[in-house]
Design a protein around this ligand. Structure first.
Ligand SMILES: Cc1cc2nc3c(=O)[nH]c(=O)nc-3n(C[C@H](O)[C@H](O)[C@H](O)COP(=O)(O)O)c2cc1C
Length: 368
């Protein structure tokens, strides 16, 4: 289905109802810089507005409920203060001429009792603890065994996503992206390493995809499908997620998503770390034949690789994570094929302006 095109990263593109100036997307990135109450701030607004020359910005994951909270300092989308905080961000990005989608997040078992209401256990499809450690307010601690959701509870979790989607609308976003990647709740339902349920949400691939499809339906009911995206990471191993047959699982899920006519599907390829941890990189191109809509490719792209993916028709847009974090004017730098700032990994998660809003632009800017 891939078709050669004349387009490249700098060609305008239609995404849902929006004509985007270029095909360079800022990938969602958790930066753990929300204020007390998990509320976005003016500093967050500045950071996103600095990056408004992206064809589209996708925000960091934003938890749809207290239950979906998994890391200190991440912004929520379930209180009126959080909605007001996000409004600062959407206003700033729109004033700078950008488009911005909110990423809707529920971390599931990637949490800890100290982050949950009343110190309860995090929830998941099955009571299987991921290997590794979780970040808490008192440092890194081993993951606990989560509580398996009762079948009767699942519609309520779907409702958390619907409410998050409504709140995002109120906060002035242009759309939402459902976080179905990286071993968080939706991915936990998808992959059999985390889902051993025996009800309608476990067992067969069709059953394991049910939660994803129900959440998608709920979110589309709020926004209309063409302003909804979804991110999946078929090759990812981060957060101890694995499946016995990821190619079959994700081919099914992606095929099923066609029927919604979504704004886009965002696919992350394996990272170098995933491959080191035994993951098999399934190229985005392998999934292209299963998806008829707009596809955003992600994972280790640069200008050359991005242009090639678009020209070959393997992707319609390309998202950039680390490069966008370190280069607020990434589209201009890619266009000029000029030097890029190097990212400072020590300031990725948490902190202040340092490593956040102080990466230099090629040319001076008024966004401070
Ligand atoms: C600091 C940081 C935080 C991230 N947080 C998220 C997140 O909240 N949601 C998400 O879907 N991906 C998250 N990612 C993954 C990126 O969206 C992207 O998939 C990944 O960085 C690979 O793209 P790249 O090679 O262009 O950086 C994060 C990545 C980084 C570096």
């Amino acid at each position: 289905m891939s078709e050669l095109t004349n387009a490249d990263l700098f060609s305008p593109v239609q995404l849902g109802p929006y004509t985007l100036a270029n095909r360079i997307v800022m990938a969602p990135m958790t930066r753990n810089r929300s204020s007390e109450g998990n509320v976005p701030t003016q500093l967050n607004a500045t950071y996103y507005a600095q990056r408004a020359t992206a064809g589209l910005i996708v925000t960091e994951g934003s938890q749809v409920s207290p239950q979906g909270f998994g890391y200190p300092g991440t912004p929520g989308i379930h209180t009126s203060e959080q909605i007001a905080g996000w409004r600062l961000v959407t206003d700033a990005v729109h004033s700078a001429g950008g488009r911005i989608f909110l990423q809707l997040w529920h971390t599931g078992r990637i949490s800890h009792p100290s982050l949950q209401l009343d110190g309860g256990l995090p929830v998941a499809p099955s009571a299987i603890a991921p290997a590794g450690n979780v970040s808490t307010y008192t440092g890194s601690q081993p993951f606990v065994t989560p509580r398996a959701l009762e079948t009767e509870e699942i519609p309520g979790v779907v409702e958390q996503f619907r409410q998050g989607a409504k709140n995002a609308l109120e906060a002035g976003f242009d759309g939402v992206e459902i976080h179905g990647a990286f071993g968080y709740l939706i991915d936990q339902f998808l992959q059999d390493g985390a889902n051993q349920r025996t009800d309608d949400y476990g067992g067969s691939i069709e059953n394991r995809a049910r939660f994803l499809l129900e959440v998608t339906e709920a979110v589309c009911s709020v926004w209309g499908a063409n302003r909804v995206g979804i991110k999946l990471s078929p090759s990812n191993t981060f957060n101890d997620i694995h499946d016995t047959d990821p190619k079959a699982l994700f081919s099914y899920a992606i095929t099923a998503l066609n029927s919604f006519d979504l704004g886009y599907l965002h696919l992350m390829e394996a990272s170098a770390a995933d491959i080191r941890h035994g993951g098999k990189a399934i190229p985005v191109a392998d999934f292209r034949p299963f998806y008829s809509g707009t596809l955003i490719a992600n994972g280790g792209y640069n200008r050359e690789k991005g242009d090639a993916a678009i020209a070959k028709g393997d992707a319609d847009l390309v998202s950039f994570g680390v490069l966008f974090l370190a280069n607020p004017d990434l589209p201009e730098r890619l266009r000029l094929n000029t030097a890029l700032n190097q990212a400072d990994r020590s300031t990725f998660y948490g902190g202040d302006e340092k490593g956040y809003t102080d990466y230099p632009f090629l040319h001076s800017t008024t966004i401070v």
